[in-house]
Design a protein around this ligand. Structure first.
Ligand code: NAP
Length: 167
């Protein structure tokens, strides 16, 4: 099963200047709990945005066109197909971004673990593909208010692609 996991703002933005939109510890915890023990697939730029390199407890698969790229602790792939074939951990395989890799894999994804941050960020430069809600069913929805550690209200959602709507 191929899933995407992503945090978007009200406009579908996901990042700015190579970084996330904001620091949301609750979302980072949700990301960790959801992906732990699984294979995660990401673009080279997203991998390089991690402060401490590969994320522990998961198979980190990094997609790049650079044949000599070989950072420690990751499986390197040179195409989406190669990345999908390289996934060895059990259960869901997660596409974790960024924009280029979400775009390239969107037609293949059947589940989206979506965090919607209830805010419109300025100066954004990366977006998630447009989600046409006619093609998806919301199976889980969990709203949270802002608190002293998480600056904006946010909602954890799970979307499943309707069987009849694969593009
Ligand atoms: N909000 C969220 O949940 C979330 C999650 C993840 C990332 N982000 C944000 O997204 C932004 C990064 O997105 P991005 O689109 O700039 O970068 P990206 O998708 O992370 O990485 C792009 C790189 O992936 C490689 N690549 C892309 N398509 C490929 C293909 N078909 N075959 C082989 N290699 C391929 C290339 O690497 P080479 O240049 O090395 O060839 C390309 O430069 C950042 O702001 C990040 O913080 C947000």
């Amino acid at each position: 099963m191929l899933s995407a996991i992503v945090a978007i703002d009200r406009n579908g933005a996901i990042g700015k200047q190579g970084q996330l939109l904001c620091r949301m510890p609750a979302d980072m915890r949700h990301f960790k709990e959801t992906t732990m023990g699984h294979s995660i697939i990401m673009g080279r730029k997203t991998f390089e945005s991690f402060p401490k390199g590969a994320l522990p407890g998961r198979q980190n698969i990094v997609i790049t066109r650079n044949r000599s790229y070989a950072p420690q602790g990751v499986t390197v792939a040179h195409s989406v197909d190669e990345a999908l074939a390289a996934a060895t951990m059990p259960g869901e395989v997660f596409i974790i971004g960024g924009e280029q890799i979400y775009n390239a894999t969107f037609p293949l994804v059947d589940t989206i673990h979506l965090t919607v941050i209830d805010h419109k960020f300025n100066d954004v430069d990366a977006y998630f593909p447009r989600i046409d809600m006619r093609s998806w069913t919301i199976t889980e929805q969990e709203p949270h208010p802002a608190d002293d550690r998480n600056p904006y209200p946010f909602t954890f959602m799970t979307l499943k692609r309707k069987k009849t709507s694969r593009p």
